[in-house]
Design a protein around this ligand. Sequence first.
Ligand SMILES: Nc1ncnc2c1ncn2[C@@H]1O[C@H](COP(=O)(O)OP(=O)(O)OP(=O)(O)O)[C@@H](O)[C@H]1O
Ligand SMILES: [Mg+2]
Length: 305
Amino acid sequence: MSLYLKYRPSTFEEIIGNENVIEAIKNLIADKNNRPHSYLLHGPTGCGKTTLARIMSKELGCKGSDYREIDSADFRGIDTVREIRRQSQFKPLEGDCKVWVIDEVHKMTGDAQNAMLKILEDTPPHVYFILCTTEPQKLLPTIRGRCSQFQVQLLNETQMTKLLHRVYRKENQKLEKEVLEQIVQDSLGHPRNALQILEQVLVVEPEQRLAVAKQTAEKQSQVIELCRALLNNTGWKKVANILSGLMDEEPENIRRAILGYCQTTLLKSSQNHTVARIMEEMENDLYASGFPGLVLRCYRIVFVE
Ligand SMILES: Nc1ncnc2c1ncn2[C@@H]1O[C@H](COP(=O)(O)OP(=O)(O)OP(=O)(O)O)[C@@H](O)[C@H]1O
Ligand SMILES: [Mg+2]
């Protein structure tokens, strides 16, 4: 089993960072008579949205088959929403309530979102919805408005170090400080990312570990190279070169890394139209178009004003 699944937190206390969000959610849920029936968890990938949703459902008193997790692979558009509506009429069988966790909810079609909105406006008292998304801006504002919204955050270096310490110790392993620091750097603040790198590192002999961690950093730094090339408009040749070296990588990860890089840059600058334009170009996911889609977008950024 992957480390990140093996060590998925199962209580609020085990979640690292995000203290304010957790405190607020705990308080809301504790108020049994007035607590909200729909929640929206948003934020970067691998930072604990699904994990938090599962813990919340337990705290809400949901058990066994009354808990349902739906992700974009299960969506059949509006039919899925109709099915949720139908099933939500029935009382819970095992616990106090029924909970639907809808992952990657931004992938719902407009029709489905509208149908979902109707349910959110008229949720039976024994039903709760927890919507999760990396791209809240793609949800109908009315859906966002119906939900209590929480943003999960990237972990800072101290928090990431704490997470890694916890996991490799439980695995009865030792890790050199240098390797640990390299993983913290490589992870760019994403806990799942960090645990995936840790896993690759722990399977090799201690003397090879730093090299393995650095390999990951190498790929990461190619993506950063790509961001710099796009931002500084160093020309298509350079961009094409970097892209060729990244072809084995998951395009969706690259797109998200570019967005993250741009976000950091934009927040630090007073005005930067180039960065804003790159973000616009990278706004939509690459699940359908894959790597060719990424190449085309980079081309447009370089050549289209
Ligand atoms: N804040 C955290 N503290 C400790 N571990 C975490 C935290 N966030 C994520 N993890 C680890 O990362 C894994 C992935 O988290 P999770 O699936 O909840 O992320 P997510 O935000 O739902 O990601 P995605 O957007 O890809 O669906 C968890 O199984 C857990 O091991
Ligand atoms: Mg998730």
